[in-house]
Write a protein that binds this ligand. Structure first.
Ligand code: ATR
Length: 278
């Protein structure tokens, strides 16, 4: 009997229980996935209580991906480099932390558009928060080295680039500059909350100069097809959706806990229905 869960604040609308219940069913495993909404003021006490529960593993969502780190017994190297953990496994050596967000993104793009990796396309990331950082590191590890980052606050894009361990050709850009030279990029990834419901009319940059052969991705999954993606589609681009990343990062977490390798694509249709509320 697997005992899994999620900590965060708030966690009430999380899709993770649905995903992990489906994954358990797919793999013929019995178990539970519980939600733990932790008040920031009671964090320390609640985490100690969680240790006593002896779960097999759990996920961590906002705002605790950094705050959990001092409570872990080990942190894998890429999660340590990012300074953020979204998955913990309970092992004989104690709690071990991982981060599956970036590799979930990279794998979900690769499943659909493998040519991006074989042709070493130039990549533009829009935004410089935690999500951008994870995706930046994972795409570098997947062999893409020409990754520019555009952000409203250009200094923050520069900081993300400095965190890369290898020398690279990345540049930090303003949003306007990125819009001007958009035609240069084969993969464009929107990593901010701009365009998320209820602000679903917002688009972070003008797509006028988009290369019609580009793949355009938005990590926002509410709505499923953001205005940013709709505009990209109207200009002929191919799309990659935020919910594909969400599903794949969960599959990686599930693999860490159980060693199983479920095929995320088997859940995609059901997940889309769930997101659309049908
Ligand atoms: P997360 O960790 O969830 O990725 P974050 O650290 O709060 O989120 O980062 C949010 C990102 O969205 C930042 O790149 C932020 O730009 P700034 O660094 O200039 O603040 C970007 N962002 C948020 N709202 C924005 C808006 N209205 N227009 C442009 N960028 C925005």
């Amino acid at each position: 009997m697997l005992r899994l869960g999620l900590i965060g604040h708030p966690v009430g609308h999380s899709l993770s229980p649905w995903i992990h219940e489906q994954l358990m069913e797919l793999e013929g495993l019995e178990g539970t996935y519980e939600l733990f909404d932790i008040d920031p003021e009671e964090f320390d006490q609640q985490i100690h209580a969680l240790k006593d529960k002896g779960l097999d593993g759990f996920n961590i969502t906002v705002p605790y991906k950094e705050r959990i780190i001092p409570y872990l017994d080990e942190v894998d190297s890429s999660a340590r480099a990012l300074g953020a953990v979204n998955t913990v496994k309970n092992t004989e050596c104690g709690w071990v932390g991982y981060n599956t967000d970036g590799i979930g993104f990279a794998a979900s793009v690769r499943n659909r558009y493998p040519e991006i990796f074989s042709n070493e396309q130039r990549v533009l990331l829009i935004g410089s928060g935690g999500a951008s950082r994870g995706i930046y590191h994972a795409l570098m590890e997947a062999g893409l080295s020409k990754i520019d980052i555009a952000n409203r606050t250009i200094e923050k894009a520069e900081e993300v680039i400095k965190t890369a361990s290898t020398n690279n050709d990345s540049k930090a850009l303003s949003l306007n500059k990125a819009a001007e030279q958009l035609n240069d990029y084969g993969l464009i990834v929107q990593t901010t909350v701009v365009g998320m419901s209820p602000n679903d009319q917002e688009v972070i940059i003008n797509l006028h100069n988009l290369n019609e052969e580009a793949v355009v991705s938005d990590i926002v999954y509410r709505p499923l097809e953001t205005r940013f993606l709709q505009e990209a589609k109207n200009r002929g681009a191919q799309l990659h959706f935020g919910h594909e990343m969400l599903l794949q990062q969960a599959v990686y977490a599930f693999h860490i806990w159980t060693d199983a390798n479920p095929d995320a694509s088997l859940l995609l249709e059901g997940f889309e229905k769930k997101l659309k509320g049908v």
